[in-house]
Write a protein that binds this ligand. Structure first.
Ligand SMILES: O=C(O)CCC(=O)C(=O)O
Length: 369
């Protein structure tokens, strides 16, 4: 058990791997993982059960990326981003074989002995590596999940030495996967721009243009949990970056999206990417597109793996509402801030609902009053 602790790496308390907790805690989870009653999944209004073929309750839209009319695709993406901030992209062009290889390589990492995993233990300075908590607030509630975080773009900060060397398939699979997913992000970014009535390259330009964009990957691993009604795999948050391409296990549900005050459980379409707007695109679009709160529930019966690919603006480019979207009827809702500046808050406080974006908005109101 001692190899599952990672003290002295800059965290305020020794870090315990949730995998180790799951293996040893029996029927009762430690107090640190028990969420306050109003945050527990069990207090959520139940959603109608999904049928085996589809969903009987509301669910996030599905967008077919292979439609021959790209205007129609742009309209579907726009509607989803305005109304839900989320959609599932199907027929997206990334090979199912590659999706499976990426998933199985990362599952393989979380199945390595603890001493192999611990070689990559992370610190709160960059978060890069194997981790078990977000945020450095002492004594806070913890999420029921471990993760691996790594940088992909700009290539100057990508370092294979910081990626696991086991299983042996992992580095090549992650490299290939990230190349294909970046291409998909560029396609989706162009559709999102057009949906705003702008040139297809406008968001890409606002992200820093050719070679400017940033990308990183967080692979989440949620072990089985004996009391899933009391905890969450990831607490409610919006994504701080530009957009997220999420690949989840086809057969295990867990992601919930907040819509009109209700938590909607997403039914994953096999091999789809779940795409969502992050805070930076909400700011650039002057709140036309929504960066929506989501969270993850865990299961007593099955572990779950997800790959969250974050596509971000260049870290030192000022990000504010795009001037074309600002006018007398739609004043700028946010001040300009670089993604690096924005990230500083998140790294200190961890993910917390929509608090970061709301604090930007109050900064704007205070500045203009
Ligand atoms: O695991 C999931 O379904 C979502 C993960 C997520 O929200 C995140 O990594 O930010």
């Amino acid at each position: 058990m001692s190899s599952c602790f990672n003290g002295g790496a800059g965290w305020p308390e020794p870090v315990v791997r949730v995998q180790a907790v799951s293996d040893t805690c029996g029927e009762t989870i430690p107090e640190r993982y028990v969420k306050p009653p109003n945050e527990r999944p069990s207090t959520t209004t139940p959603q109608p059960a999904a049928s085996s073929h589809g969903i009987s309750g509301p669910n996030i839209p599905v967008v077919d990326m292979s439609m021959p009319d790209s205007e129609e695709t742009a309209r579907a993406v726009e509607a989803a981003c305005r109304e839900w901030g989320f959609f599932q992209a199907v027929n997206h062009g990334v090979r199912p074989e590659l999706l499976r290889r990426a998933r199985s390589s990362w599952r393989g990492f979380f199945r390595q002995p603890a001493e192999v995993r611990e070689r990559y233990a992370n610190s709160p300075t960059t978060y890069e590596g194997y981790g078990s908590r977000l945020g450095t607030a002492k004594g806070g509630h913890l999420d029921w999940g471990d993760y691996y975080f790594l940088h992909l773009l700009p290539s100057s900060i990508k370092s294979h030495d910081k990626w696991p060397d086991l299983p042996s398939t992992l580095r090549e699979a992650t490299e290939e996967y990230s190349e294909d997913v970046v291409k998909l992000c560029r396609t989706v970014s162009s559709l999102m721009s057009r949906g705003l009535g702008l040139d297809g390259g406008r968001l890409h330009e606002a992200f820093g243009g050719e070679g400017g964009e940033g990308a990183c990957l967080r692979v989440n691993f949620y072990p089985r949990c004996p009391q899933p009604d009391l905890t969450l795999g990831v607490a409610a948050h919006s994504d701080p970056g530009g957009m997220t391409m999420l690949l989840v296990d086809d057969h295990v549900r867990g992601l919930q999206v907040r819509k009109d005050g209700q938590w909607i459980t997403v039914d994953p379409v096999p091999d789809a990417f779940i795409v969502n707007i992050g805070d930076q695109i909400q700011v650039l679009s002057n709140a036309a597109y929504k960066s929506v709160e989501h969270r993850v529930t865990v299961s007593a019966a099955e572990e779950r793996l997800s790959l969250a690919f974050f596509y971000n603006p260049r870290s030192d480019v000022p990000v504010g509402p795009m001037p074309e979207l600002v006018g007398p009827e739609s004043p700028a809702m946010y001040p300009e801030m670089t993604f690096d500046e924005y990230r500083v808050h998140i790294r200190q406080r961890g993910l917390s609902g929509k608090a970061h974006l709301q604090s930007l908005q109050s900064f704007r109101s205070a500045a203009s009053s």
